[in-house]
Design a protein around this ligand. Sequence first.
Ligand SMILES: [Zn+2]
Length: 91
Amino acid sequence: MEDEEVNKMTNKEAIKGLKALSKEFSGYKPNEDMFDMAIEALYKQIPMSVRTTTSTKRCGNCGRQLSGIGNLHPERRYCVKCGQAIDWGKS
Ligand SMILES: [Zn+2]
């Protein structure tokens, strides 16, 4: 973690703030969509654990195959299909 990251608001904090703020703007569809999009984008930046099947590692969000079980690609930090940040875990 770089020093400049220390005082930055985390994605989870930003999501919490946006959800609270969105209530003030609810009842108008474009506003609701806007908040949903912002919140979804923030969620995708929070690394999500890969899903392990018997022979593959898959995106925890959309299920796309990311690697074979013994052939991980930890340099791939984002799902190529949905853009979800990936947490490969310990292996
Ligand atoms: Zn995905």
